[in-house]
Design a protein around this ligand. Structure first.
Ligand code: SAH
Length: 467
């Protein structure tokens, strides 16, 4: 290790910055953020630097640096364009034992600045030991994306509980287990979701009842319509923390693969006419796994609360006091419409959009069809492939014109996505000819006309063009 990473307390500590240009300004921002009492020595200073000093009560010595400026300083940063000045700052500070950094000159540094991911009080520093600041920044960007913005809040929260937990659990091993479960478990998730009071209640319960410590939790995750890149950060994080993952047919294998390698995977899929695992059994299974202390993720296609029966799955958990969370996902309508270049609303064509269940009950799709007569409303039918002839017929009977454009999106957002475009009167024949396979989504309304211009290159010619 060429350097020892340490966290320096700078609050109310005198620090000297030599230089007043853009690089110096950047360093000033950082030093002030850490609470330093800043003095800047430079004949010129940027407007922003001057403003920063004015706000923080810092001092600007509008002159050329001399060794006397080091008097009383605990830390020095030099960022001047003049190599000779930088060298004397380094030499003179070193002689006095003051930590010194000359920007972009590793040889003239007793300490260097890492790239920082700031989730105060949680700090992550990345350093290339001065070899490649660009690489360090690249790594920082990747970590930025991985570490939820609210982790700072979580660290703050944990800090407030430290003494209480130390008293309640004097034994170190028990305490570590408690914190691991708290930070990485339901309580931590509650804090991240902004529900600190609920998190506090949960921690308190777990402190007084050690059995509660071993209770599991359930996350209902919206997995989006198929493309794994459409998962939320939160869904990925929770998925990777799961002991058990329950998934069904609508969830892409690539998404299930993101679970930990040692996580148990349980398929609870239902094909349309083959109810492999009845809903009630799934609800019971979630409950039993959580009661056995597992961290359970239930992956749902799209959004759990849109035609997802998510409400039923958590109702049972709620009644048994199992901690759970529902994480939204991109619903098929949203994903499919974007990937097919069909805006669901549009100033000129549609001022509202409705998500409608399109499944057949016997040979009917049960709705009061008169409510769908508005020509300025886009209709999106889920589960409508088998019922498509009925849907097209009923909409026309309810007054929508036979030439109303219709798009059927097969495998939306997934490899092999296909868009068939027709009208209420031609769609049935088009589908009979093209034989699309589930999952499919049906969009009805004038917005479908935009598909021709807005679809991705290469997708524009599938099916017959809208009139
Ligand atoms: N909760 C899901 C919907 C579940 S109902 C969501 O929010 O998207 C199942 C129906 O969703 C399917 O019959 C189909 O109409 C639609 N669907 C889901 N994923 C789809 C996809 N990738 N492409 C097309 N339709 C899809």
């Amino acid at each position: 290790m060429d350097y020892l990473p340490v966290c320096l307390r700078l609050s109310d500590t005198p620090a000297l910055l030599v230089g007043g240009g853009t690089v110096a300004t950047r360093k000033a921002r950082l030093l002030l953020k850490a609470g330093a009492r800043l003095t800047v020595v430079a004949p010129e200073a940027s407007a922003e630097l001057q403003a920063l000093l004015a706000q923080s009560g810092g001092e600007w010595r509008r002159e050329v640096y001399t060794g006397a400026d080091l008097q009383g300083q605990s830390l020095v940063v030099a960022a001047t364009p003049d190599a000779a000045t930088n060298r004397s700052v380094y030499r003179e500070a070193s002689e006095r034992g003051i930590p010194v950094n000359v920007v972009d000159s590793p040889d003239l540094c007793s300490f260097i600045f890492p790239a920082v991911i700031d989730r105060n009080p949680l700090l992550i520093a990345v350093s290339s030991s001065g070899r490649s600041p660009v690489l360090a920044r690249l790594v920082r960007r990747k970590i930025e994306a991985l570490v939820p913005a609210a982790y700072g809040r979580l660290a703050e929260f944990a800090g407030r509980w430290r003494d209480r937990v130390r008293q309640a659990l004097p034994e170190e091993g028990a305490r570590r287990l408690f914190w691991e479960q708290a930070v990485d478990g339901a309580a931590g998730e509650l804090v991240l979701a902004g529900r600190e009071q609920d998190a506090a209640k949960l921690l308190e319960a777990r402190l007084v009842d050690s059995a509660a410590l071993h209770r599991g939790e359930v996350y209902l995750l919206g997995a989006g319509p198929g493309d794994p890149d459409l998962l939320t950060f939160k869904a990925v994080r929770l998925l990777q923390s799961a002991d058990v993952v329950l998934y069904d047919r609508l969830v892409a294998p690539a998404i299930v693969d993101m679970a930990r390698r040692d996580a148990e995977r349980i398929y609870v899929g239902k094909a349309r006419s083959d109810h492999a695992v009845p809903q009630q059994d799934i609800n019971q299974q979630l409950l039993a796994l959580a009661q056995a202390g597992k961290r359970v993720v239930r992956l749902k296609g799209g959004d759990p609360f849109i035609f997802g029966r998510g409400g039923e799955e958590i109702a049972l958990l709620a009644s048994h006091g199992i901690p759970f969370q529902v994480v939204p996902g991109i619903t098929a309508a949203s994903g499919g419409a974007c990937y097919a270049g069909i805006p669901l609303t549009h100033r000129d064509y549609a001022q509202s959009v409705r998500f409608v269940a399109g499944y057949l009950k016997g040979d009917r799709v049960e709705h009061d069809w008169r409510q769908f007569s508005s020509t300025t409303e886009t209709l999106v039918f889920y589960m409508g492939l088998m019922g498509l002839p009925v849907i097209c017929r009923e909409l026309q009977a309810a007054g929508r014109a036979g030439d109303t454009p219709v798009a059927l999106i097969e495998r939306a957002t997934m490899e092999g996505q296909r868009v068939l475009v027709g009208t209420l009167s031609t769609m049935e024949a088009l589908v009979a000819r093209e034989k699309p396979q589930a999952p499919t989504l049906i969009i009805v309304g004038d917005v479908v006309r935009l598909h021709r211009d807005l679809a991705w290159f290469g997708e524009r010619d599938a099916g017959a063009p809208a009139s």
